[in-house]
Design a protein around this ligand. Structure first.
Ligand code: SAH
Length: 488
C-alpha cells in the first residue's frame, strides 16, 4: 500500500510555534525529510525508529537538488511509509511546497499540507514589528530577494510605489540592490528598514536603519542569512512592541535533564531562554523477590517510578494497599507524593530531598522498607551502615544516556535537580565534556548533588532553597551580576 506524504510548515524556528497537527504528524512519521533552517530540536519529537533525512546539506555543503528530493519523497511513499516533508516557515511561502505537491499528485501519492507560521510575518513579530498597523501600513507584500534565479526581474517601479510593508526573503546578498532600486524609483531614503537575523531563535539579532543607511549598518553588524529585510513605517513600532529580545534570559542556553513535569523547562522558555534537554535515561526493571515485604514495615518511597513499580508488584502478588494498613507511608520528593496521591494514598510525611529526610525525619530508627532505584538505595545504605531494622527494595536501575558534547559547549548554565540526576549526568559525559564543565555555571539542588561535582573539583552554585523557583531566581541573579559587570 502506498504511504502518505505530509508537507509541514515548521514555523520560523521557535519550536513551540509548531501547530498541534504538525506535532502529531512528526511523532507518527516513519521518515522525516527536512531542510536547513529547521530547528534541530524539533527532530527530538520523532519516534526512535524514524529515519531523519537532511536535504539541506550534503557532505560537500550543497543542498540536495529539488528533483532528487521529489524522487526521494516518491520512493519512500511507495514503500508504504508515512513521510513528513518538514520545511521552515510555511511550505507555500518560497518553500517549493507547490512544486513538490504537484509532483506527488501526478504520481497519485496521497498528500496533505499543514500550513506553518511564515517567517515573513512571525519573524517580524519576534522582532517587535507588526506587519500591518492602522497608522503605518494597510497591506503587506512578501517578495523574493533571490533576484538572479528569477526568470522575470522584479518590477521595481511598482514596488517602490507600494504603501504597504515590504518584506524581502532570501535578500541579504542583494541588500544594496534592493535599497538602491527602491530609492531610485521613488521611495523616501528615510523610510525605516529592519533586518532580522535568525528570527525567533536564541541567536536572533535585529539591526534598524533607513533605506539610505541600512546597508552600512548591516555590514558593520555582519548581518547574515537567514535574515528578513523589512521596509516600512511599521519598523518604528519595534521600540514599543519588542518583547522577545527583552526577556531576561534572551540569548541564554540552559541544559538540564529530561523530566516528566517540564516545570523548569517551561518557566525558562517563558523567560526567553533556549533549553536543551539531555537524552532521557533508560530503565532496567529488576526482577522482584519472591517474598512479600513485612506488613508492619514503614514504606519509604524514594522516587515516582518506584511507587508505580511497587504498586504493580502488589497487584501481581495478589495484595493491595490494605496489606500495609498498619504502616506509615513516607515519600521523598514532591513528584513521589503526587504519584502516591494518584493511587489514592496520602503519605504521612513528605520530604523535599533525601538530605531533608535524613536531617528531619523521626522515622529513621523505625522498621523501614526503602523502595527506590539502585543509586538512591545505595545512598541510604551508606548512611544506615548495616542497621538491621532497615530493609531495602530495589525496583529498578537507571542507566545514563550519552550526552552530546554540543549540549555542554553551547550551554551557559547546567541545571541538576537531584543527586541522582547529577550522577547520571556525570556518567553520560565524555572525558572531553568533563573538561568543558569547569567553565560552566552549574546550578545544583541540595548539598548531596553539589558534592557529586565538587568532589571532582567542578565548582557549583547552590540556590537558597532546594526548589526550582529558587534555582530560577539564582540564574536571574547571576545574569544581573553579569550585566552589571559588563557595565563597569
Ligand atoms: N517558507 C519559509 C521561507 C523559505 S525561504 C517561510 O515561510 O518563512 C528562506 C528565507 O526565509 C531565508 O533566506 C530568510 O530570508 C527567510 N527566513 C526563514 N526563516 C527565517 C528566520 N528564522 N529568520 C530570518 N529569516 C528567515
Amino acid at each position: 500500500m502506498t504511504g502518505k506524504i505530509t508537507l509541514i510548515g515548521a514555523g520560523p524556528g521557535d519550536v513551540e510555534l509548531l501547530t498541534v497537527k504538525a506535532l502529531r504528524k512528526i511523532r507518527e512519521a516513519d521518515v522525516v525529510v527536512y531542510d536547513r533552517l529547521i530547528n534541530p530540536e524539533l527532530l527530538h519529537e520523532c519516534h526512535e525508529n524514524c529515519e531523519k533525512i537532511d536535504v539541506g546539506k550534503q557532505p560537500n555543503y550543497h543542498p540536495v537538488p529539488q528533483a532528487k528530493i521529489e524522487e526521494l519523497l516518491v520512493t519512500k511513499a511507495q514503500q508504504g511509509k508515512q513521510v513528513v516533508r518538514l520545511k521552515s516557515g510555511d511550505p507555500y511561502v518560497f518553500g517549493r511546497g507547490g512544486e513538490e505537491g504537484t509532483k506527488l499528485k501526478k504520481q497519485h501519492i496521497p498528500f496533505e499540507v499543514i500550513p506553518g507560521i511564515t517567517s515573513a510575518i512571525g519573524g517580524l513579530t519576534y522582532a517587535g514589528i507588526p506587519i500591518t498597523h492602522r497608522e503605518y501600513a494597510s497591506s503587506f507584500h512578501v517578495i523574493t530577494g533571490h533576484l538572479k534565479s528569477e526568470e522575470q526581474a522584479l518590477d521595481w517601479q511598482t514596488l517602490a510605489k507600494l504603501e504597504g510593508t515590504l518584506v524581502f526573503l532570501m535578500g541579504m546578498a542583494e541588500l544594496a540592490t534592493i535599497t538602491d532600486k527602491l530609492v531610485h524609483f521613488g521611495k523616501k531614503p528615510t523610510t525605516p528598514v529592519a533586518i532580522i537575523e535568525w528570527a525567533s531563535r536564541k541567536k536572533q539579532r535585529t539591526s534598524v536603519g533607513t533605506l539610505a543607511t541600512i546597508y552600512e549598518i548591516a555590514l558593520a553588524a555582519q548581518m547574515e542569512p537567514p535574515s528578513l529585510i523589512v521596509v516600512g513605517g511599521v519598523v518604528a513600532l519595534r521600540e514599543q512592541l519588542n518583547f522577545f529580545e527583552e526577556k531576561p534570559l534572551f540569548g541564554k542556553t540552559i541544559a538540564l535533564p529530561d523530566t516528566q513535569t517540564k516545570n523548569m523547562y517551561h518557566r525558562l522558555i517563558d523567560l526567553g531562554a533556549e533549553v536543551i534537554e539531555f537524552p532521557p535515561v533508560s530503565f532496567n526493571w529488576l526482577s522482584k523477590p519472591d517474598r512479600l515485604p513485612n506488613a508492619a514495615d514503614n514504606l519509604v518511597f524514594m522516587d515516582p517510578h518506584s511507587v508505580e513499580s511497587f504498586a504493580a508488584y502488589l497487584v501481581k502478588a495478589k495484595k493491595d494497599w490494605r496489606y500495609f494498613s498498619q504502616s506509615h507511608i513516607l515519600s521523598i520528593g514532591p513528584q513521589t507524593e503526587s504519584t502516591l496521591n494518584k493511587l489514592g494514598l496520602l503519605p504521612d510525611s513528605t520530604y523535599r530531598t533525601l538530605a531533608d529526610f535524613w536531617s528531619i525525619s523521626k522515622n529513621q530508627d523505625a522498621c523501614n522498607l526503602y523502595i527506590g532505584e539502585t543509586q538512591g538505595i545505595q545512598e541510604i545504605q551508606q548512611r544506615v551502615k548495616g542497621e538491621k531494622r532497615q530493609r531495602f527494595w530495589v525496583t529498578h536501575e537507571e542507566l545514563a544516556a550519552k550526552i552530546p558534547i554540543s549540549s555542554i559547549t553551547t550551554a551557559d548554565y547546567i541545571y541538576l535537580p537531584s543527586s541522582k540526576s547529577a550522577a547520571l549526568f556525570l556518567e553520560g559525559l565524555t572525558v572531553e565534556a568533563q573538561q568543558v564543565l569547569k567553565n560552566k555555571k552549574i546550578i545544583v539542588m541540595g548539598e548531596l548533588t553539589g558534592n557529586r561535582l565538587t568532589s571532582r573539583q567542578i565548582p557549583v552554585i547552590q540556590p537558597a532553597e532546594p526548589t526550582y523557583e529558587s534555582a530560577i531566581e539564582t540564574i536571574l541573579q547571576e545574569e544581573l551580576h553579569e550585566k552589571s559587570d559588563h557595565r563597569c
